[in-house]
Design a protein around this ligand. Sequence first.
Ligand code: ZN
Length: 396
Amino acid sequence: MALMPPLLIGPDRLGRSVALVGGRVVAAAPPDAIRLECAQGEIAAGAVCAHTHLYSGLARYAMPPATPAPQTFLQILERVWWRLDRALDAQILRAAALDYVARALLAGTTALVDHHESPNLIEGSLEILAAACEELGVRALLCYGASERNFGAAEAQRGLDECRRVPASPLLRGLVGLHASFTVSDATLAAAGRLAEELGTVVHVHVAEDGADVADAVARGYAGPLERLERLGALPRGSILAHGVHLDPQQVRRCAELGCWLVHNPRSNEGNRVGYALSLGCSDRVALGCDGWDADMAAEDEALARLATIHGDAKAAGRLGHGHALIAERFGSHPEPLQPGSLGDVVVRQDGAVKHVVVGGRVVVADGALSTGDFDAIAADAGGQAARLWQRMANI
Ligand SMILES: [Zn+2]
């Protein structure tokens, strides 16, 4: 992606303007800046989804229910997501990613932290995701979640190798992914830490989403998955730990000391009945993710507020906004959105609806419509590929 021409957004109805040069916010627009008018709108920072799975983007297209109905978290993984990920091929993955990204942008979400797995399509899978993100213009952190659960240690090594292949661009950064402590060996965890150090990046991993992850680490002789990851050198500062539902307050404080991010995914946790992540209030480095649900972060934030009230959690507010600092760490930008030096990821809402979306200085949604792709064609293709996916899953 070439550098975007200077852009001046605004003034909005409150008299605010944002100037972008080279894809980032600057104090004042140069005279040749293109104008994006929004006199009736309100300028805000684009939302960040700090943990998701683009590969699940077709689930909205009438995914058949698993039979027999799963009763536990592990059964949900085995009967739904670990079947779906094995059934992915290149066409299905591209369709899922385009549909997911298009809907995210239309909802005002400008950055996605993705965690990808496709055990029968490891090599080249991140290139497919990267191309979809570049094409439609979303900012993304991409990784392959290395695991040994299907084909053993060689599978994990191929997953780690795939993490090397995220093309550098103004919109994309690579992470080193691990599925979760309970599906990898000590050797894979240590290798992930070494690879992150070599690549100058961080690890993205599911941690203590369900009690099963904790029980596995205990059976291996560790206090829990967090302690196992730390002991094996797999938690470089800035690493992204999804969930933490079954971490205690002391462990959450340890995450903060280590400079790690935790990501709360309230809709997913509720849907999977894994519990409410009450201890996360012991760290300020907690962002909000949607874990494969649609990346409408206003809906996720509402779910967080609702569940926080039910569970007496007074420390849950502000997590959506923390995602900006998480993203800024990976892009070397100012952590406060809309400030000079921050990423040029901006949303204009009018009467509560998303009107314009700009990512890295590129207008990706204009007047409520996707401007970087044909949304109807993307959705039609997604529906067709979904039917293929359900057929392939039935044969696994
Ligand atoms: Zn996840």
